[in-house]
Design a protein around this ligand. Structure first.
Ligand code: ADP
Length: 248
């Protein structure tokens, strides 16, 4: 496999904060359409990894290529988002005083368009896409509800829906099931599995039953680099992974 075939290619990425290495020679590749779970102890560098991919933090060293050629280390956050890299932080950020439908409509119309074009009436294709996203996120019955009145889980799905409205090539999702009920967690796994393939997804998560439900390749980070990679069963049997994370 060469870097050209990859969607995301990190090689030898290092980041230091006041001499402390948050990322230490991190290398990771993702193929188009792939979903990957990232696990590891607190302080392993998971958030910093998302920060360097999305341009929030600039690495001191290393290569980060998107679609095999675009050097993300040369771009700012807005430029990276514009390439089709969406990020969902842990807490839901939806426009609470507006309805589910309006949140999706805003997300659909907003990206990559100058503000003065946002007054265009919504067209039939846009409506169809919003209906599609309402179906995928199972929020169709809630379309007229104010986002602020949704449950925690529903807000998370709405925000994922808003990111989908921007048609991302890669979605970075940080601990999506924190604070969710078991039923909501199951539904979130289904949702992410439904969108993987069309969109690539990186999910950072501590909930191992959720990671198991995703059924995807797992990368274990520790001390800023990759400790192990493979199926959840194979990394769970790795003694180093047990020592630094799973056995704790
Ligand atoms: P994780 O998300 O896996 O818990 P982080 O990427 O948040 O890990 O942090 C990795 C390490 O880098 C931690 O020790 C953290 O304290 C440190 N770190 C992260 N961001 C900063 C920062 N802005 N300034 C100083 N230290 C930081």
């Amino acid at each position: 496999m060469s870097a050209e075939d990859t969607l995301l290619y990190l090689d030898g990425v290092s980041v230091s904060f006041d001499g402390f290495r948050a990322l230490n020679n991190l290398s990771l590749t993702m193929m188009p359409g792939e979903m990957r779970a990232i696990i590891g102890p607190n302080g392993a560098g998971k958030t910093t990894m998302m920060d360097v991919i999305t341009g929030k933090t600039r690495p001191d060293h290393g290569t980060i290529l998107f679609e095999g050629e675009t050097d993300l280390t040369k771009l700012r956050e807005a430029g990276i988002a514009n390439l089709g890299i969406g990020r969902k932080f842990q807490r839901p950020t939806v426009f609470e005083p507006h309805t589910v439908w309006d949140n999706l409509e805003l997300a659909l119309k907003a990206p990559r368009r100058p503000l003065n074009t946002l007054t265009y009436a919504i067209g039939r294709d846009d409506r169809a896409r919003i209906e599609e996203i309402l179906d995928i996120t199972r929020l169709s019955p809630k379309r007229e509800r104010l986002a602020g009145s949704l449950s925690h889980g529903e807000k998370q799905w709405l925000e994922i829906g808003m990111l989908l409205a921007q048609d991302p090539k890669l979605l970075l999702v940080d601990e999506p099931v924190a604070g969710m009920t078991d039923a909501e967690t199951e539904q979130t796994a289904r949702l992410l599995c439904d969108i993987a393939g069309k969109h690539s997804v990186i999910v950072v998560e501590h909930d191992m039953s959720f990671v198991r439900a995703l059924g995807v390749k797992v990368t274990v980070l520790a001390e800023g680099s990759v400790l192990a990679e493979g199926s959840l069963d194979s990394v769970s049997a790795n003694q180093q992974v047990i020592d630094v994370y799973l056995g704790r």
